[in-house]
Write a protein that binds this ligand. Structure first.
Ligand SMILES: *Cc1c(COP(=O)(O)O)cnc(C)c1O
Length: 386
């Protein structure tokens, strides 16, 4: 650390330098995060010092958190759902599996406990395996990259603490057959967590309806991220439980605070993100989110049409605003797009394809520019192969 403090001007200049090295979202097609809504930013700034780790001191912010939980419970068809605002999908998933583990009654002291997830699960489940010392069993997918309920069933044994299904997979934006998996959970008496970190603020607002939430009796918890398609600020995730017992088993005694216990994984927790989420949900309402999602879906279909003109087809017909394109040599195309054209895209693991997330910061104009650069790069690869 420097011995004496710098001037505010010097700090501003350092910040400016750092900012100029960050990519601007208008060159980013790989992220599930986006520019937060202006209303969210305003609310975030107003509550910047609020700490939800000690919410007895911040009763107003806490009331907003309860309202966010109530609104989200309604959105996901469980008006009485209990939960809290996490730092995002990773924390929500950790806590959901931790709850499953805490509720599990061990039938023997034998091998490790396990949780059964689809192979398309987000990499947060690899962290979960390590943090909770639990085996994460990955079930194979069907031809459309959806979880196979049959494959999941074959992995369940007496040491299984619960099941996970994904509503909006990170790589393909695919939705698992949650209804079938809910039936499987009920049959085995297991809790079922839905990872809707990305899909939670998309699926309820799509024209085509998907059954993925608490309307299915087997679903016991859901993760949704306001800091992705909810247009809130980072860090904002939501974890909801149908049954208070599943949250209560996460309780830790909290000495020297205004509250005597915490259910959260983190201690000190952003009240600013709570205020931002409250503000943007109230501001947009169902109508605003429906308009946002339908604009993203229109751009998604537009990109698919434009890519097909280049002879580039999607891996699956997009269910949500995630596009995966079958291009020759995806890794080379990705690095060329980045190095020569300053576009940031990603690639999927299996099969390898170009992956683009069509977020609210995008526009048709941006897609046109991107497709014209993509055309050049694809042409180069095809030419080399001739
Ligand atoms: C983004 C994502 C996560 C992780 O969320 P973070 O907010 O990055 O922790 C988990 N699951 C799915 C399906 C996601 O898309």
């Amino acid at each position: 650390m420097n011995e004496t403090g710098l001037s505010e001007e010097e700090i501003i200049s350092l910040l400016g330098d750092a900012k100029s090295k960050d990519f601007s979202y208008d060159r980013v097609l790989s992220s599930m995060c986006t520019t937060p809504h202006a209303v969210a930013v305003k609310a975030h700034m107003q509550f910047i010092e609020s700490n939800m780790g000690d919410f007895g001191l911040f009763k107003g912010t806490h009331a907003m958190e309860k309202e966010v939980i109530r609104m989200t419970g309604n959105m996901l068809h469980c008006p009485g759902a209990e939960g809290y605002l996490t730092t995002g999908g990773t924390e929500s998933n950790i806590q959901a599996v931790r709850s499953m583990r805490n509720l599990h009654e061990r039938k023997n002291s034998g091998p490790r406990l396990n949780v059964v997830v689809p192979a398309s699960a987000h990499f947060s489940f690899d962290k979960i395996s390590d943090v909770l010392d639990i085996e994460v069993r990955k079930a194979s997918l069907d031809r459309d990259f959806k979880a196979s309920a049959e494959a999941m069933a074959s992995l369940i044994d007496e040491n299984t603490v619960g099941l996970v299904a994904i509503a909006g997979s990170t790589e393909f934006g695919q939705v698992d057959p949650v209804e079938e998996i809910s039936g499987l959970a009920l049959k085995h008496g297991l809790p079922l967590h839905i990872d809707a970190a990305f899909g939670g603020f998309v699926l309820p607002f799509l024209e085509e309806k998907h059954a993925f939430d608490f309307s299915l009796q087997g679903v016991t918890s859901i993760a949704v991220d306001p800091h992705k398609m909810g247009l809130s600020t980072i860090p904002a995730g939501i974890l909801l439980f149908r049954d208070f017992r599943h949250l209560d088993c996460l309780k830790a005694h909290a000495p020297y605070l205004t509250v005597d216990s915490q259910y959260t994984l983190t201690g000190t927790r952003s009240g600013a993100a709570v205020a931002a989420t409250f503000a943007v949900m109230k501001f947009l309402g169902k109508e605003g989110y429906t308009a946002t999602v339908s604009r993203c879906m229109e751009m998604t279909r537009y990109l698919i049409r434009e890519a097909s003109v280049l002879g580039v087809e999607p891996v699956i017909d997009p269910v949500m605003n995630v596009v995966t394109l079958k291009v020759p040599d995806p890794a080379f195309i990705r690095s060329t797009l980045s190095r020569e054209y300053n576009w940031h895209v990603s690639i999927t693991r299996e099969p390898k394809a170009l992956r683009l997330v069509i977020m609210p910061h995008m526009s048709r104009g941006m897609i046109d520019m991107f497709v014209s650069d993509l055309a050049k790069v694809v042409e180069t690869v095809r030419h080399q192969r001739r």
